[in-house]
Design a protein around this ligand. Sequence first.
Ligand code: NAP
Length: 304
Amino acid sequence: MRNKWSPKLAPDQTGRVAIVTGANTGLGFETARALAEKGAQVIMACRDAKRAESARQEILSQLPSAQITVELIDTGSQDSVRHFATNFQQAHSRLDLLINNAGIMITPYFQTADGFEGQLGVNYLGHFLLTGLLLPMLTATPGSRVVSLYSLAADWHGVQFDDLQFKEKYDATKAYSQSKQACLMFGLELNQRLQAAGNNTIALAAHPGYSKSDLSRHLSLPIRWMLAIFGPLILQPTADGALPTLYAALDNDLKGGEAVGPAGRKQTRGAPVVVPVNEQAQDAAARSRLWSLSEELCGISYVF
Ligand SMILES: NC(=O)c1ccc[n+]([C@@H]2O[C@H](COP(=O)([O-])OP(=O)(O)OC[C@H]3O[C@@H](n4cnc5c(N)ncnc54)[C@H](OP(=O)(O)O)[C@@H]3O)[C@@H](O)[C@H]2O)c1
């Protein structure tokens, strides 16, 4: 455990290639900017070309020599994820950092293009497929890492195996919790499978506590008003919220399989440290069950 960490303490990233999903705003934007500042070649993997280009220009205005490009991906569409992965593999010869960050929170019920419950599809299954498709490139790149963004909300409900797609009764908060718990379990299970196969790539999970971002856009108007008024008291600045992700991606003392979150009270804010995870995430059988279901749903078989 450390009291303070900043990307300044991390090694230079020149020559390394990073993908950040959902990099046009919020935590993804701050993560992309910080990685570019460390010298990495950053691919902003975003769903909207206009928003992504405007974010890229903002980063370039601050860091004119940044190596930063935009590639389109919709994590709610398996076709789009496959298209992105194919294009990426054709254009690049290495992948050092895959930051599975894109996300939505507490949305009204919808199904993704593939018929998955929306939050599970966008937040988790899209990233599960993306990581599986890019795995050969990751494992061929020495010292590569995968970071999965989860949330304190993972503890609220967890993965409900009896109705993964919320076909019985939709509950937006539980569906968000499930999707983030799945991201956490995936990060831990991926690392275990990588290590078991003797791969050099490591995987970690990270959560930002409560951080300012656009994530509340689907919440009800009264809650958004409350957040506008009281948010500054509750939420840490976006750049601070990106620190657990950056720590998980860059710190050399981490071995893989760790979850990282803020050190402060109830993990809501503060410097990034390794944090404990809930019971379901520690359950190897549950992680393995989720893995098998995810492979089936995404039509992919991971090759280690
Ligand atoms: N902020 C927090 O306190 C907090 C707490 C716990 C966990 N997190 C996690 O942190 C991650 C980043 O969230 P944030 O707080 O930075 O929220 P945000 O400001 O709303 O950013 C979310 C990003 O994800 C992108 N995205 C959404 N749906 C997508 C899709 N189908 N395909 C591709 N990209 C998509 C968004 O793109 P558009 O702008 O085009 O919609 C945006 O770039 C999420 O995984 C979230 O669950 C955040």
